[in-house]
Design a protein around this ligand. Structure first.
Ligand SMILES: *Cc1c(COP(=O)(O)O)cnc(C)c1O
Length: 417
C-alpha cells in the first residue's frame, strides 16, 4: 500500500486514486455470480478513465458505450469495435456514422425512429448492423410476467404497445434484429429485487419471442448490480442469482444451455465503484450558529455533481477517519460559491483539523466525470491508476475552450445532423 500522504505530496490535493486490482477482483466476483457463459459489458458512463477501461477489458469485459467520446476511449483501451455495444436515446446520424465507420456492429435501438436512423446510416455505409431492441418494461416492479406498470420513459420501446412496433422493427432493412435489451434498474437494493427484475425480463423476452416473433439470439438483461458510493462498505454479493437465472433460462430459453443464445449483463458501478478513492484536504473547520463545517478543497465539481442536480442518489460522503479522536457532528462542504456544494451533511465523524487529508472511499464510479467539472473554473484533480504499489499512470483531465471558425461550426452541425 502506498502512503496516501506521499501521493498527495507528489500529485497534489485533491487526488483520485484507482486501484486496478480492485477492478479485476470486482469483475471476477461478479462473473462468479452470473450464469455461465455470459457476456459482461462494462458501462463506460460510470468511469471512462482509460486505465480503468483497459483493466476491465483485459479481464474480458466488453464495452457498453453511449457516445463517440466513450467509443474512442474503449477502442484505445483495446476493446475491439465489433465487441462494443452502442446504446442510448437520441443517437445522431453523425455519431452512428462514426461508430459504424470505426467498426461497431451492435446497437441498442430505443425507438422506431432510432432504428430507422441506424438503418439509413448502415445503408449509406453499405453495411448491415445488429440491433437489440431496448424494452421499457419487463423488469422492476410488478407481479405478472408481462402485465406490469411501467413508467413513462425516454428509454426503449414501450411494452404496452408492442403490436405497434414489433412487426415494423423486424422488417427494418440493413438491420438484423438479433435480440432484446433490458435495463430496468440501477443499484438494486437487494439481491431479491435484482433477481426478480431479471426473472421478469426473462419472462417478458420469452413472451416477445413467442407472441410477437421477436428473435432472441442475444438477451441483454442489463444490470442493477449495486455498490457503495462515497462511504465505506463492501460490494454486495449475489449468492442465489446464478442458480435462479439458470433455472429460468432452462425453462424459457433452452437454447441458452445448448449454446445458441448469448446472455449478456451490464455494469458500471459494481465493477468500478470500489476501485476509486478521493483524497482531499481540509482547508478549514469553522462554526456557524452551533454547527461545524469542514471545508474541503474538493466539492461537487469533482464528486457527486449529478446528485446536486438530483440526477444521482444524494451524496452523503463518509470519509474514512483512521484516528480515534472523539466523534462530532460535522457538515463537509466544498470550496464552491454555491450552497449546494455539500458532500456530506451532519456527519458523525472524528472532527478533522485544517490540513488533514480525508479519504472518501468507493468513488470509482460516478466520481469525476459525473460531476460539475467546469462549474466555478477549478482545475480537475490528478487521477492515478495504481497496481499493487506502483503508480501506472498519472494524468489530469482538462476542460479547454477550442476556438472555432464558422466553417468548423457548420461541420459540427453537419456531423450531428
Ligand atoms: C447507466 C447504465 C448502465 C450502468 O449502470 P450502473 O448502475 O452503473 O451499473 C448500464 N446500462 C445502461 C443501458 C445504462 O444506461
Amino acid at each position: 500500500m502506498i502512503d496516501p500522504a506521499e501521493l498527495v505530496s507528489s500529485y497534489g490535493s485533491p487526488l483520485y486514486v484507482y486501484q486496478l486490482d480492485a477492478l479485476t477482483n470486482a469483475a471476477a466476483q461478479l462473473r462468479s455470480a452470473l450464469p455461465d457463459p455470459a457476456t459482461l459489458f462494462y458501462s463506460l458512463k460510470a468511469n471512462p478513465h482509460p486505465e480503468v477501461v483497459a483493466e476491465l477489458a483485459s479481464t474480458g469485459c466488453r464495452a457498453e458505450v453511449s457516445s463517440t467520446g466513450e467509443l474512442m476511449i474503449a477502442l484505445q483501451a483495446g476493446c475491439p469495435a465489433q465487441e462494443c455495444l452502442y446504446t442510448g436515446p437520441g443517437k445522431t446520424t453523425g455519431e452512428l456514422r462514426t461508430a459504424m465507420s470505426l467498426g461497431v456492429t451492435l446497437f441498442s435501438a430505443e425507438s422506431l425512429r432510432d432504428l430507422s436512423r441506424i438503418s439509413d446510416t448502415a445503408e449509406a455505409l453499405g453495411t448491415i448492423v445488429r440491433c437489440l431492441l431496448r424494452i421499457n418494461g419487463g423488469g422492476g416492479a410488478g407481479q405478472g410476467a408481462i402485465r406490469m406498470t411501467n413508467r413513462s420513459s425516454q428509454f426503449g420501446f414501450d411494452l404496452d404497445d408492442v403490436h405497434l412496433w414489433a412487426g415494423q422493427a423486424m422488417k427494418t432493412p440493413h438491420v438484423a434484429v438479433v435480440g432484446l435489451h433490458f435495463f430496468p434498474m440501477s443499484n438494486a437494493r437487494s439481491e431479491r429485487d435484482l433477481v426478480s427484475s431479471f426473472l421478469e425480463s426473462i419472462a417478458t423476452a420469452a413472451r416477445l419471442r413467442d407472441v410477437h416473433g421477436v428473435p432472441v439470439r442475444v438477451l441483454d438483461l442489463g444490470g442493477g448490480f449495486a455498490a457503495p458510493y462515497a462511504k465505506p462498505g463492501p460490494l454486495p454479493e449475489y449468492p442465489t442469482l446464478r442458480s435462479e437465472l439458470t433455472a429460468a433460462l432452462d425453462h424459457h430459453f433452452p437454447e441458452y444451455a445448448e449454446g445458441t443464445m448469448e446472455l449478456a449483463f451490464e455494469s458500471g458501478r459494481h465493477l468500478s465503484g470500489r476501485a476509486g478513492t478521493l483524497h482531499a484536504s481540509v482547508t478549514e473547520v469553522k462554526q456557524s450558529k452551533g454547527s461545524s463545517y469542514g471545508v474541503l478543497d474538493t466539492g461537487i465539481n469533482h464528486l457527486g455533481g449529478m446528485s446536486g442536480l438530483r440526477r444521482l442518489m444524494p451524496i452523503e460522503a463518509r470519509p474514512e477517519t483512521a484516528d480515534d479522536r472523539p466523534k462530532e457532528r460535522l457538515t463537509l462542504v466544498g470550496p464552491l460559491c454555491a450552497p449546494s456544494d455539500v458532500l456530506g451533511a451532519d456527519l458523525e465523524i472524528a472532527t478533522p483539523n485544517a490540513g488533514d487529508i480525508l479519504r472518501i472511499p468507493n468513488v470509482g464510479a460516478y466520481g469525476l466525470t459525473a460531476s460539475l467539472l467546469a462549474f466555478l473554473g477549478r482545475e480537475c484533480p490528478a487521477e492515478l491508476a495504481i497496481r499493487g504499489d506502483q503508480v501506472i499512470s498519472a494524468s489530469r483531465l482538462l476542460v479547454v475552450r477550442e476556438p472555432l471558425s464558422a466553417r468548423s461550426i457548420s461541420d459540427a452541425q453537419h456531423r450531428s445532423a
